[in-house]
Design a protein around this ligand. Structure first.
Ligand SMILES: NC(=O)c1ccc[n+]([C@@H]2O[C@H](COP(=O)([O-])OP(=O)(O)OC[C@H]3O[C@@H](n4cnc5c(N)ncnc54)[C@H](O)[C@@H]3O)[C@@H](O)[C@H]2O)c1
Length: 250
């Protein structure tokens, strides 16, 4: 069990990558707090984890609201006494180019993708420090490392900010034994992508740019998060870990 007795909070974990990370962490012995705005789907994710023998609980959390962070983390401390792992996974992508993007959509992306992790780290650090350390994992993207023709300026702004926030936090809080790393997936195989792939041209474009010739799976990403959260990575800090089949190595 690679996360035995660890307490983990994962944002945006009702569905998608966050839910996959929550399930993988629970499988490896962590108690996971599934945090999301979508309570119904979040509760269903908790039920699935519990059915497989894992320890999980749902907490409502809109990452853009500081009072939500304070309340959620207070719950974690009240129930478990500490927090070992924070995964800032919640993120949104409004696909408008810089010329077309409405101001309110830019603000919404900055709020969820940048302010959310900022507030989470702000309030998790004192709790982790008191417990003698912790691991923070930020879900960026290949778009936080390189320019990419299928993405938008707003998405790269938010994911690039997360890449560098990760490094500064990793440097500043290393003295408290708090590590901070980011993960950078390429396109993940989800039902949404399969719809896009009904157009063979779109499929050819996306697969053609990945040296390993396939999309990332949710498990590929969850396993990367598991490694960074575990004690196997106790000397890994400030790292930007691509999970992209070699795409950003080209
Ligand atoms: N799917 C991909 O191909 C891919 C690739 C690279 C990076 N990412 C990143 O991975 C993360 C997860 O992506 P996904 O594809 O699983 O997304 P998703 O849309 O399937 O799930 C996102 C979850 O975040 C929640 N959420 C949204 N806004 C929130 C808020 N303000 N507060 C709390 N929860 C909120 C949603 O309710 C949802 O449960 C995102 O940060 C995304 O940018 C995804």
């Amino acid at each position: 069990m690679r996360l035995k007795n660890k307490i983990a909070l994962i944002t945006g974990s009702a569905q998608g990558l966050g839910a996959a990370i929550a399930a993988r962490f629970a499988e490896e012995g962590a108690t996971v707090f599934v945090c999301d705005m979508n309570a119904e789907v979040g509760q269903a994710t908790v039920a699935k984890i519990e059915k497989l023998g894992g320890q999980a609980a749902f907490l409502p959390l809109n990452v853009t609201r500081e009072e939500d962070w304070v309340a959620a983390l207070a719950q974690v401390v009240e129930r478990c006494g500490r927090l070992d792992v924070l995964v800032n996974n919640a993120g949104i992508n409004i696909r408008e180019t810089i010329e077309d993007m409405k101001e309110e959509n830019l603000d919404a992306m900055l709020a969820v993708n940048v302010k959310g992790p900022f507030l989470g780290i702000k309030h998790a650090i004192p709790i982790m420090r008191q417990a003698g350390g912790g691991a923070i994992i930020n879900m960026s993207s290949i778009c936080g490392l390189v320019g990419h023709k299928y993405t938008t300026e707003a998405y790269t702004i938010t994911k690039g900010a997360l890449t560098l926030m990760t490094k500064t936090v990793g440097v500043r809080y290393a003295k408290d034994n708090i590590r901070c790393n980011s993960i950078h997936p390429s396109t993940v195989d989800t039902p949404l992508v399969q719809v896009l792939f009904q157009n063979p041209l779109r499929k050819e474009e996306r697969l053609g740019e990945v040296p390993l010739g396939r999309l990332a799976t949710e498990l590929d990403v969850a396993n990367a998060a598991l490694y960074l959260a575990s004690d196997e990575a106790t000397f890994v800090n400030g790292v930007s870990l691509p999970v992209d089949g070699g795409l950003t190595a080209c």
